[in-house]
Design a protein around this ligand. Structure first.
Ligand SMILES: NC(=O)c1ccc[n+]([C@@H]2O[C@H](COP(=O)([O-])OP(=O)(O)OC[C@H]3O[C@@H](n4cnc5c(N)ncnc54)[C@H](OP(=O)(O)O)[C@@H]3O)[C@@H](O)[C@H]2O)c1
Length: 357
């Protein structure tokens, strides 16, 4: 059983880790708290951007000599390799830390082994404290390392009767201004925002983050098989954020930023799209619809988390949130676990993951 002091310090480390969401890719988010030999917090840090110091290094700098004989709480097993920065296991040992508590083991084959290095240097090591919380904050990076593809969060905004647009295709706005602002936070956390050609045609979406000065803009992606939906002058082609149009291998287009992908039975191959994004350093995708493309992602087993904004609005006609996902009978229904329900403005936001994921 973890001691209360360990839990308190690790909870703070998880809060710190969350500050890096959206700006550390392709690295994980990591938070670190250092307490001195008598258990008082003397240093804090989080990994702020790829190529910058790791969380442990920030916290050690703040702690200075007070780290000697103290404990380091880290949300992810300290790394053991020299990348753009030196190994954290060694930095902790050199600073005289006598105990390291981490939440989640590092699944990255290049970086793992930090715990063994620390133990070999005589440092006491414990793991698993607040592992669920630390796993949740880092789920995008952990998923991308474990599955070799980006983490996919599918977001939609629907009426209480489950419609994402009216019968004439209009959908602005179903949800409250607060929910729409919350979506900008999700965009800021993602490395890429993806929509289908149907949404590009219907909405001419912009897809950049607005209202968050510090945000790193995501890559805006339209899956446009025939290269006919995104036309010169489309809002997505402005310079607010980078843009990539996914098209078929033989599609004719004069647009500069395209990736050519193999076709699937319908449209483009979803696994090939995710592979191409992963190769560009994308570790997390916010899939913003529409229902047809979302159905293809679900059918491909490529949705890790669902975030639904439900507005107290009725339409009675119009497309449902999710189109055909290859499920034809109730025994094949995808069952989800709800991980959060929040009130956002006048709406409810439900977050869910695949059962057992
Ligand atoms: N409320 C919300 O949350 C929300 C969010 C987004 C959109 N919307 C609404 O949804 C409507 C548009 O949705 P939609 O379902 O018509 O379009 P969509 O899902 O945005 O795009 C569908 C199109 O994507 C292309 N595509 C490429 N690869 C695909 C694949 N593997 N599987 C399936 N499609 C693939 C196909 O066209 P090509 O192959 O020809 O390129 C397909 O027709 C609009 O009314 C919009 O306002 C609402």
């Amino acid at each position: 059983m973890a001691q209360q002091a360990d839990i308190t310090a690790m909870r703070r480390a998880v809060e710190l880790a969350a500050r890096g969401l959206g700006s550390t890719s392709p690295n994980p988010v990591v938070g670190c708290v250092i307490t001195d030999a008598s258990g008082h917090p003397v240093g804090e840090g989080w990994h702020q951007r790829a190529g910058g110091p790791h969380a442990e290094v920030h916290a050690l700098r703040e702690a200075g000599v007070l780290a000697r004989g103290g404990t380091a709480y880290v949300t992810l097993e300290p790394c053991n390799h020299t990348g753009r920065t030196g190994p954290c296991a060694q930095a902790l040992t050199e600073a005289g830390i006598s105990r390291v508590v981490y939440a989640v083991g590092d699944p990255n084959p290049q970086a793992t082994g930090g715990a063994d290095t620390l133990r070999a240097a005589g440092v006491e090591v414990a793991s698993g404290v607040l592992a669920d919380e630390a796993e949740a904050v880092n789920i995008a990076w952990l998923t991308s390392v474990r599955h070799g593809r980006p983490f996919v969060r599918w977001k939609y905004a629907a009426t209480l009767d489950g419609r994402i647009a009216a019968a004439d295709g209009t959908s602005r706005w179903i949800t409250s201004a607060e929910s729409r602002a919350d979506v900008h936070r999700l965009r800021a956390e993602a490395d890429a925002v993806v929509v289908g050609s149907g949404t590009a045609r219907a909405d001419d979406p912009h897809l950049a983050v607005r209202g968050m000065d510090e945000a790193v803009q995501p890559l805006r992606v339209v899956v446009d098989t025939e290269a006919t939906a995104v036309k010169p002058g489309a809002r997505i082609l402005d310079d607010a954020a980078p843009t990539l149009i996914a098209v078929a291998e033989e599609a004719e287009t004069a647009l500069p930023d395209v990736v050519r992908l193999p076709r699937a039975e319908r449209g483009l191959s979803v696994p090939a799209l995710l592979e191409a994004l992963h190769a560009r350093g994308v570790r997390s995708v916010l899939l913003e619809g529409g229902p047809t493309l979302a159905g293809a992602f679900v059918a491909a087993g490529a949705v890790d988390q669902v975030v639904g904004y439900l507005a107290p609005v009725l339409l009675g006609a119009g497309p449902a949130a999710l189109a055909d996902a290859g499920i034809s009978t109730i025994t094949e229904a995808l069952r989800l676990d709800i991980t959060d329900i929040s009130n956002i403005g006048s709406d409810i936001r439900i977050t869910a993951t695949l059962k057992g994921a």
